[in-house]
Design a binder for this molecule. Structure first.
Ligand code: SAM
Length: 265
């Protein structure tokens, strides 16, 4: 955490910059996970919700999800437009939510990689363990070092979508595992985004330290076990005190793989 709003300059352009991102895939999988939950009602919070793209899609399908994001500018964007969710500016390391108040918590698109310190990662997971209901589920993703070395490290590139132009520059410090991304929209001054790579073993350890249990870890593209080629992992975790944990997890994963394949994702 830096105390400043790293997304302030980018928030109003964020949806245009990310218009190639397949949020529908996360909508589909989140819905399948929610169907699988052994709870009476799904109380969903999307942590680090950004401009609320996922939340607006879910609310369009009748969900009553809420969102929060560290960046007030991103949270303000999330609160605009049709199907806008209730959104709060808040740090995922200090959630303004009651104990056991959520049955489904999500955190997507590298948001956890924005925590630059291992202790912050543990604290973010501790907050999930506090806010999650006993039989609730936490579904999140993180990028791997492969993603950074393959696509970002010491590279510059330009993306165009219609008249919209974004120039990117990536620098990777492989010792500290810190990725600096400079993002320039048109000819505006560049904005700096900083992310950290965590090894799988660190993520596992942080979950354990926080009182969470890892139920499944997959390659986000294949929904199979991650390999050395995996650029993004997705994980499903629950609380140690959960009684329904692991219930038919293999079946859930098979079902997700089938649905994604039928939809051509
Ligand atoms: C790449 S964006 C992803 C946003 C959104 N999840 C999406 O899928 O579009 C990363 C987000 O994480 C948020 N973020 C970074 N650190 C955070 C923290 N400590 N607490 C809450 N949100 C945080 C940023 O403000 C930003 O909106």
């Amino acid at each position: 955490m830096t105390g400043r709003d790293d997304f302030q300059g980018l928030a109003r352009y964020y949806d245009s910059i990310m218009d190639h991102i397949d949020y529908d895939r996360w909508v589909v999988v989140t819905s399948l996970v929610a169907d699988w939950l052994a709870v009476e009602s799904v109380r969903h919070v999307d942590v680090a919700c950004g401009t609320g793209v996922l939340l607006k899609k879910l609310r369009q399908h009748g969900w009553s999800s809420v969102g929060l994001d560290l960046s007030p500018a991103m949270a303000r964007e999330a609160a605009k437009g049709p199907y806008a969710p209730p959104t709060f500016a808040a740090d995922m390391c200090a959630l303004p939510l009651r104990d056991s108040s959520s049955t489904l918590m999500t955190c997507f698109f590298d948001s956890l990689n924005f925590l630059l310190d291992y202790d912050e990662l543990v604290q973010a997971f501790r907050e999930v363990a506090r806010v999650l209901d006993d039989d609730g589920i936490y579904y999140f993703d993180m990028i791997t070092e492969r993603m950074v070395t393959e696509y970002f490290a010491n590279q510059t590139w330009t993306e165009r979508s219609g008249k919209f132009k974004t120039s990117w520059g990536g620098q990777y410090d492989s010792v500290g595992r810190i990725l600096d991304l400079n993002v320039q929209v048109h000819s505006r001054p560049p904005e700096l985004l900083r992310e950290r790579v965590y090894y799988p073993s660190e993520i596992h350890e942080a979950l354990e330290e926080a009182g969470l249990v890892l139920l499944r870890e997959v390659d986000s593209e294949t929904w199979e076990k991650p390999t050395h080629k995996t650029v993004r992992v997705e994980m499903i975790a629950g609380k140690k005190s959960g009684t329904q944990l692991g219930r038919n997890m293999d079946k859930l994963v098979e079902h997700i793989q089938d649905v994604l394949s039928d939809l051509g994702h």
